[in-house]
Design a protein around this ligand. Structure first.
Ligand SMILES: [Zn+2]
Length: 319
């Protein structure tokens, strides 16, 4: 199986395969990339490559690989407390103390930090002490969406593996295979909105990346630019609660921003977006994006939804 379970990222996989075949894997990797970019997949591949007992590693078949993939390997230890916003320093200190107990059954003892950016300075300093000179079997896999939030002293001791977005063709093939019942429009929209990251595209398709009914109605009304049409969309929304209004407005911002982007040559995320781009000018779109963003900020500021919808109707009619 090698590193194939991670899609795309060919240069990175090649680099790791070479290091693995030469016995030159590092004892500390910083795996960085946005949500859904494959950080966890890569971490599991690395951990199984290090524990695997087959000739061609990682095989995905042996007992060691299987335990890593099912998350039950006693020598692959996750350092996190999902209940807490930050990672408590005590967990890091416990891991560093545990590091000196030899592995149970694996060749390595691997500490996985699923959100390394949530270590505060104290936690990072505690971690620094143990990654500086670990025993030969000690390995650290630090996963992060924001590598820049880690201390330079930590980063300089890690080999950084930065995950890249997938190419359109590869992502489209993968999504079509995973969601055989999804419409081509839904697949295309998820692909464009995901920024090329498989995990995000999957989330969008699971949530239903189709536009909300209010967003479809808004797209039509905004195309005509008629104040009456906009009022017919916005008036019923005055009865919504702020937390119901907000996701609708967020989708409107996305729709308008994408229409604006598609006017400068980028692909449109949906047919509605395409129609808006054809019917309205850059200035009108920019004005509308600002109006909707202002409305979103008002939902954070305890302003009533009737007032927000009324204001939005006026400003969008002027756009
Ligand atoms: Zn194996």
């Amino acid at each position: 199986m090698g590193f194939d379970a991670l899609l795309g990222n060919d240069a990175l996989k090649q680099r790791l395969s070479v290091a693995l075949s030469r016995g030159q894997l590092s004892h500390c990797y910083l795996i960085s990339g946005p949500a859904g970019s494959g950080k966890h997949t890569l971490a599991r591949l690395l951990a199984s490559a290090m524990q695997c007992t087959s000739a061609s590693r990682p095989c995905g078949q042996c007992a060691q690989c299987r335990k890593v993939w099912s998350g039950i390997h006693p020598d692959v230890i996750t350092v996190d407390d999902p209940e807490k916003k930050g990672i408590p320093v005590k967990l890091v200190r416990d891991a560093c103390a545990d590091l000196y107990v030899r592995p149970n059954e694996g060749a390595k003892k691997i500490y996985l930090f699923p959100r390394a950016q949530d270590l505060n300075a104290q936690g990072q300093n505690a971690l620094l002490k143990c990654i500086e000179e670990p025993p030969a079997y000690g390995v650290f896999l630090l996963l992060t969406e924001h590598a820049e939030q880690l201390l330079p002293t930590i980063r300089s001791r890690c080999v950084e593996l930065r995950l890249s977005p997938l190419g359109d063709d590869l992502l489209q093939r993968e999504l079509a295979a995973r969601f055989p019942d999804a419409s081509p429009d839904a697949l295309r929209s998820a692909m464009l909105r995901s920024g090329g990251y498989l995990g995000q595209a999957i989330d969008l398709l699971r949530e239903g990346s189709e536009l909300l009914p209010q967003s479809k109605a808004f797209a039509e009304a905004f195309c005509t630019g008629s104040a009456g049409d906009l009022l017919r969309v916005l008036a019923p929304m005055e009865r919504l609660k702020r937390e119901q209004l907000r996701p609708i407005l967020l989708q409107w911002t996305e729709l308008l921003s994408s229409a604006l982007a598609s006017r400068s040559g980028l692909p449109a995320i949906s047919p509605e977006c395409n129609r808006i781009a054809q019917r309205r000018t850059d200035t009108q779109l920019l004005h509308a994006v600002q109006a909707v963003q202002h409305a979103i900020s008002l939902t954070d500021a305890n302003v009533g939804t009737a007032h927000i919808c009324g204001m939005l109707c006026v400003r969008l009619s002027e756009a």
